[in-house]
Design a protein around this ligand. Structure first.
Ligand code: GLC
Ligand code: CA
Length: 560
């Protein structure tokens, strides 16, 4: 028996950019409620909401100021309950984002914590005295490179520094302190008791910090690191002791409340994954990883695809459960990165849909993928909102880089690419809002939008819909064996999925050129029936096929 989350397709909603129901330019929960039927039609089984709690929005909600609330910009708690009930009645589960590494500095805990050294909330956060010369406790840099670039911020009230791996306004929580843990567990139970079905755990690998906060020995990045403060992911990722924390969370909350958990696997790979997702571990159900796709992976080659898929299938087969994703709110758009804009946009988006939905594990789809949304590019740094883009820009320009060139370098990987408002139709602002959108709409919306795409039977939405249905009808997809063919081919991805009852054969040309195809004889001898064609105008009889057209993808079924 599979668990619900092994069969469902997850759909990530970035609420702020989804649909604005009241014209204030910000997507909201009544907007989600209104659009649920489209998601039902698409066939998804679960929504993951990025944080919708009260927040000053320094990092678009990943800076939480009240973990038990809904930000008024998104609606009320009643609006949330309405979405939860409506989704449940449609058979759609809800997963909430939990940001447990840091809070907002406007959280009540932090406002108390910074007041005095003996405040009861002092140890909810990580405070360290200055060095003898008054300087920062160590040389760690912060990811968002604010201020002088340090991960420590001096607080005059008590004369100490607090740690913030991200923004100055996002102080790290102190997981060494039992009362903090207890408070977090109660908060998680609050959401589970309300009926949410699971949690997505933000950067869970970074909750534990190394004892004594030693300097990093890493060499500074000459372009990005500022004033000798060095961003070194390794310092606070997978520090020994992290497993005890996650296991305790499982024991206190995930197990007893029977909720699904998916961790954001920063620093998780196919080798260390079993430590977090192995069944006996009692830590997490699954993670999503960055070995194939992500902010720092602008290309995806056929050989990378094979290597990563093989390694993760081994993880799943032995002990654990994998996920698939090609983009999310932290990366650029998948079509722009791994497919093609322009002439082959639809074909390449449908090809990515094929790969996402016919590989093992749980697929995670990000809003807009189902209509092939593409990257955006703005002329001024002021138009960018992503803290990484803004921080990196500042560091580079400060070091003498040309502002225009810097922007051109940073734009394609900016997280804003994925965060522009959803393109519903060709009306002003893509039908997202009647007001002024919080982030500029991608000007391509008259061409690329849901309404237009849905009308095309071989468009992207219909492709995802069809593939989600195929996935539900063929249990071989979530956990059948995956075997690759044509392994030396630089462009063609070819694999079979197999169990006792059936086999699927998937072919995909990951390039804009025609690719010669020569399948091994034992495959040709079988009786393959076409199930899905990414480019229906090219599809058809496998035996008559000697090439794959640019960005062509196909799925065949054999029940012999
Ligand atoms: C995760 C989130 C990202 C956020 C960061 C800090 O990576 O996905 O959006 O900026 O954590 O919370
Ligand atoms: Ca709104």
């Amino acid at each position: 028996m599979k668990k619900w989350w092994q069969e469902a397709v997850l759909y990530e909603i970035y609420c702020k950019s989804f649909f604005d129901s009241n014209g204030d330019g910000i997507g909201d929960l009544p907007g989600v409620l209104e659009k649920l039927p489209v998601l039902k039609e698409l066939g998804i089984g679960c929504i993951w909401f990025t944080p919708i709690y009260c927040s000053p929005q320094v990092d678009n909600g990943y800076d939480v100021s009240d973990y038990r609330s809904i930000d008024p910009a998104y609606g009320t708690m009643d609006d949330f309950k309405r979405v939860l009930d409506a989704a449940h009645s449609m058979g759609i589960r809800i997963v909430m984002d939990q940001v447990l590494n840091h809070s907002s500095d406007e959280h009540f805990w932090f406002r108390e914590s910074r007041k005095s050294k003996d405040n009861p909330y002092r140890n909810y956060y990580i405070w360290q005295p200055p060095k003898a010369d008054g300087s920062e406790p160590n040389n760690w840099g912060s990811y968002f490179r604010e201020g002088r670039g340090s991960a420590w911020e001096f607080d005059a009230a008590t004369g100490e520094y607090y740690l913030h791996q991200y923004s100055v306004k996002m102080p790290d929580l102190n997981w060494e302190y039992p009362p903090l843990r207890k408070e977090i567990y109660e908060m998680l139970r609050f959401w589970a008791d309300m009926g949410v079905d699971g949690f997505r755990l933000d950067i869970f690998t970074r909750l534990k910090k190394p004892e004594g906060f030693p300097d990093t020995q890493k060499q500074p990045d000459v372009l990005l690191d500022r004033n000798g403060f060095i961003v070194d992911k390794k310092m606070c990722t997978n520090v020994p002791g992290i497993h005890e924390i996650i296991h305790e969370m499982h024991k206190e909350v995930f197990g007893p409340c029977d909720v699904f958990t998916v961790g954001e696997g920063a620093g998780v790979n196919s080798e260390n994954a079993p430590g977090f997702i192995g069944k006996e571990r009692e830590e997490l159900d699954t993670v999503y990883h960055f070995e194939l796709a992500g902010r720092s992976k602008p290309v995806m080659r056929a050989e990378d695809f094979r290597r990563v898929q093989k390694a993760w299938y081994e993880v799943q087969k032995k002990d654990g459960w994998e996920t698939q994703h090609f983009s999310n709110h932290d990366s650029a758009r998948q079509v722009s990165n791994y497919g093609a804009e322009g002439k082959y946009r639809i074909a390449s988006a449908r090809l990515l849909a094929v790969l996402l939905l016919t590989t093992p594990g749980t697929p995670i789809l990000y809003q807009g993928e189902e209509i092939g949304m593409v990257n955006v590019s703005y002329d001024h740094i002021e138009d960018y909102n992503d803290r990484y883009t803004v921080g990196d820009y500042r560091s580079m320009v400060e070091k003498g880089a040309d502002p225009k060139e810097t922007l051109a370098v940073l734009a394609p990987k900016s997280r804003d690419n994925a965060r522009t408002p959803y393109q519903w139709d060709a009306s002003p602002n893509a039908g997202f809002t009647k007001g002024t959108p919080w982030l500029r709409v991608n000007p391509c919306y008259p061409e690329i939008n849901l309404k237009k795409d849905m009308e095309d039977p071989s468009g992207i939405f219909r492709g995802y819909q069809e593939l989600i249905r195929i996935r539900a009808e063929h249990p071989v997809i979530p956990d059948g064996e995956i075997v690759f063919h044509l392994e030396d081919d630089p462009r063609i991805i070819a694999y079979t999925r197999k169990n006792e009852a059936e086999s699927l054969l998937v072919l995909a040309n990951l390039s804009g050129e025609e690719a010669p195809l020569q399948l091994p004889r034992e495959l040709c001898e079988k009786n393959w029936k076409l199930l899905f064609s990414g480019r229906p105008e090219c599809g058809g009889d496998l035996n008559a096929k000697h090439t794959l057209a640019p960005w062509e993808s196909e799925v065949f079924l054999c029940t012999d």
